[in-house]
Every structure is written in structure tokens, then in C-alpha cells.
Design a protein around this ligand. Structure first.
Ligand SMILES: Nc1ncnc2c1ncn2[C@@H]1O[C@H](COP(=O)(O)OP(=O)(O)OP(=O)(O)O)[C@@H](O)[C@H]1O
Ligand SMILES: [Mg+2]
Length: 237
């Protein structure tokens, strides 16, 4: 039996005295793409940040690539191949698109250069013509593509995306879905927090649904569709 790439169990997380995540269990296999669904404030970002130890205080088991991450710094988790593209895109305005993407490699220092800049332009064809443009001269959608490309350039084994298409125009959402399909062909595993059902449905095989810091459903999309009350109960429509 192969062990999952990411294995989380009994994960609790707190911001100060606020207990946000309650005994969360979640797993991602190598090559899989997983959706993390939940309404505003459900705990999606807290969960992704807890995986990286980048914000909340947490306890519980997080294994990645067969190794426990307990006590490991955020930097070393990134080096091990666990990468988060956060909600705020953090594109630097005064350097170019290429330079912004190249920063991903710094976060993952020590990992081999398995992804070339040429691979990035092939995966994100909309970005190639913009490569010399300053980060400050991009639309919101273009910035989001750069943020995801930077995560990929960090040679992540598991790329965690926090609401990658929130607020983007439908044409950019479609482009992101195509780019993600290309990344998956490169063997990247993904964990995508989203509220845009059509988008994650197109990009993932399995779903974890979180509400008030508790995983209330997990299964494939067929299982998800089999219970239409899930949408009404746990997702803002
Ligand atoms: N830095 C923080 N300090 C204290 N509480 C926080 C902090 N960040 C988030 N919270 C609280 O934790 C809970 C979960 O928030 P989280 O950001 O994880 O939700 P989310 O599912 O990502 O929501 P959204 O879809 O709006 O991004 C919320 O009640 C929120 O108010
Ligand atoms: Mg969030």
C-alpha cells in the first residue's frame, strides 16, 4: 500500500483563544487534486496555513511524504515541497513578472530545478507575453496567474491554492482551469480551497467540505452531488 502524500489527522488550530479547527482529518495522494470547500469563515485558509505553520497555533498529526512535519519551520516545509499560494497575491510591483515568478525558487531553496521558466510559459501561455512587465502593471487576474506560477516554480510537490479564482472574471477563471489541467499533467498534486463550485469541479477529483472548522463531508464529486442538501447547508449560494 502506498502512503498518501499528505496525511492530516486530529488537527486543531487556534488564533489566540479562538479555537478554529476541530480534529480535522484530510489526505491527498500523489498526483491527486483535491477541493477544500466551505463558506466564508469556515476555516479553509486557517487549515492551509496550519499545514505550513504560517499563522495559527496548531496541534495534531501532519505527515508529508511519509515524514512528520511537527516542529518543522515554514521554510523547511516549503523545501520539502509543500507550497501555499495565499489569498493575498503578494506580487511585487517594482520587479518584472519573470522576477516575481523566480522568487518561488527562493522559498524552496535546496530543491532541484525540475520546473524551468520555459515550462512555466507553456503552462501559463497568457503570461509569456507579459514576462518583462512590472508586477504593478498587471490586472488582478494576471496577478493571480503569476502567484500560482510562482508556487509552481518553487518545485512544489503539493501546491495549496487559497481561493485562486476569487473575484476573477469568467474568462480568467476558464484560463486558470486550463492552466491547472496542464500543471496536473506535469505530475503536480493540488489542494484547492474555493467557493467557486464550477471551477473546482473542473480541476479536482475529490472534495472535503469544511464548516465551522469541522470536516462535514468528504468524497468524490458523485458522492457530493448525491446529497444536494450539502450545498444549501454548507455553501453560500
Ligand atoms: N488572524 C486571525 N485572528 C483571529 N481570528 C481569525 C484570524 N484569521 C481568521 N480568523 C477566524 O477564523 C475563522 C476561520 O477563518 P478562515 O480565514 O480560515 O476562513 P475561510 O474559510 O478561509 O473564509 P474565506 O472564504 O472568507 O476566506 C473565522 O471565524 C475567522 O474570523
Ligand atoms: Mg480564506
Amino acid at each position: 500500500m502506498t502512503e498518501p502524500l499528505l496525511n492530516v489527522s486530529g488537527l486543531d488550530a487556534w488564533y489566540g483563544g479562538s479555537h478554529i479547527l476541530h480534529s480535522v482529518a484530510l489526505n491527498v495522494d500523489e498526483g491527486e487534486s483535491i477541493a477544500l470547500l466551505g463558506r466564508n469563515g469556515a476555516g479553509k485558509s486557517t487549515l492551509l496555513k496550519a499545514l505550513l505553520d504560517a499563522g495559527p497555533r496548531s496541534s495534531g498529526l501532519i505527515e508529508f511524504g511519509g515524514q512528520s512535519l511537527t516542529g518543522m519551520s515554514t521554510e523547511n516545509r516549503a523545501r520539502a515541497g509543500l507550497m501555499l499560494v495565499p489569498e493575498d497575491r503578494r506580487i511585487y510591483p517594482d520587479i518584472t513578472v519573470t522576477e516575481n515568478i523566480a522568487l518561488g525558487r527562493i522559498a524552496a531553496r535546496g530543491r532541484g530545478a525540475s520546473v524551468s521558466m520555459e515550462d512555466i510559459w507553456q503552462s501559463f501561455p497568457l503570461l509569456e507575453p507579459l514576462k518583462d512587465r512590472g508586477g504593478g502593471q498587471l490586472s488582478g487576474g494576471q496577478q493571480q496567474l503569476v502567484a500560482v506560477a510562482r508556487g509552481v516554480f518553487g518545485c512544489a510537490r503539493l501546491l495549496c491554492l487559497d481561493e485562486p479564482v476569487e473575484g476573477l472574471a469568467p474568462v480568467v477563471v476558464d484560463e486558470m482551469a486550463r492552466d491547472i489541467a496542464r500543471l496536473r499533467k506535469m505530475g503536480l498534486s493540488l489542494l484547492i480551497a474555493e467557493q467557486n463550485l464550477a471551477f473546482v469541479r473542473a480541476c479536482t477529483e475529490r472534495v472535503f467540505l469544511i464548516d465551522s472548522g469541522v470536516i462535514v463531508f468528504s468524497g468524490n464529486w458523485q458522492d457530493f452531488d448525491a446529497d444536494p442538501t450539502l450545498k444549501d447547508r454548507y455553501l453560500a449560494v
